[in-house]
Design a protein around this ligand. Structure first.
Ligand SMILES: [Zn+2]
Length: 275
């Protein structure tokens, strides 16, 4: 539907795997594709009594990115917190992440806005955190089982959160391509969305043109390519416009993009609470 009475409001959360050789809080290798659970130690397995020690290069990569994104503030002190959720890929039951005091605040990235003009898209924050492990679902005689590979647990991630400044799926795609180019140029991430080293979630809502309040948003996940981000957003905006045009309400929820059938599916989110 191409309804000009509505505009969409989009914000992106990008998780970039940082190109360090060791994990964020221990000396285990970050190498991809090795035997499951071959790069683990008491720290990344979450054994009681261990002491995580921050990888200096992770902080340097974060600061390089913050400066490239024109962040106004890179505070001298930033703090890690425990984000609690219960899921088999998370051995500790919490993820070490930055919450109230992130690495950097208030940046921007410029995207083309027609006729040689550029438009600034605000960056809310840049923060550091650890990745979780990976669930591998069994096949054949093991199809009833799931397995956990913790090689990825503790791999450094940088999360870059944008302001809800994007207005079309194409702008979101452009923002993502520019951001990826910056990360790859800095050498902090390889930018391979298809392989999961760069992941993107989107918050999207619609409102009538001229309104300034934000509508109810939904969160889109599982978009593993630039094209899929644009397609999923277009589809979700269309769905929301259709709902509102019929006098129905958008429900706040998390939706998974199904790239094969090109539809979004509702999912119940991981239980989470900030500590
Ligand atoms: Zn380890």
């Amino acid at each position: 539907m191409n309804d000009h009475t509505f505009e969409s409001v989009i914000g992106l959360e990008v998780h970039a795997q940082l190109l360090t050789q060791s994990k964020i809080f221990c000396g285990c290798s970050t190498r991809f594709g090795d035997k499951p659970n071959s790069h683990t130690c008491p720290v990344c397995l979450g054994m009681p009594g261990v002491l995580p020690v921050i990888n200096r290069l992770v902080v340097e990569y974060g600061v390089m990115t913050a400066l490239a994104l024109h962040c106004e503030e890179v505070p001298p002190r930033s703090i890690f917190a425990r984000k609690n959720y219960f899921y088999p890929d998370l051995p500790k039951g919490y993820q070490i992440s930055q919450y109230e005091s992130p690495l950097a605040l208030r940046g921007y990235l410029e995207i083309p806005a027609g006729e040689n003009r550029l438009r600034k898209i605000g960056i809310t924050r840049v923060h550091l955190e650890e990745d979780a492990g990976k669930l591998v679902h069994g096949e054949g005689p093991e199809s009833e089982s799931s397995f956990v590979d913790l090689n990825r647990a503790g791999v450094p991630l940088m999360e870059i959160v944008s302001e809800p400044d994007l207005r079309t799926p194409e702008e979101a795609g452009e923002y993502l391509r520019r951001l990826t180019a910056i990360l790859v140029y800095l050498g902090v991430c390889d930018g391979k969305m298809e392989e999961g080293s760069l992941r993107c979630d989107a918050n999207v809502s619609i409102r009538r043109r001229g309104e300034t309040a934000l509508g109810v948003k939904t969160e889109l996940k599982n978009m593993n390519s630039f094209k899929n981000v644009e397609k999923a957003l277009a589809k979700e905006i269309e769905r929301q416009i259709e709902l509102v045009s019929k006098g129905k309400k958008v429900v706040q929820e998390t939706l998974l993009w199904d790239p094969d059938n090109e539809v979004t599916l509702s999912m119940r989110g991981k239980e989470e609470a900030h500590d």
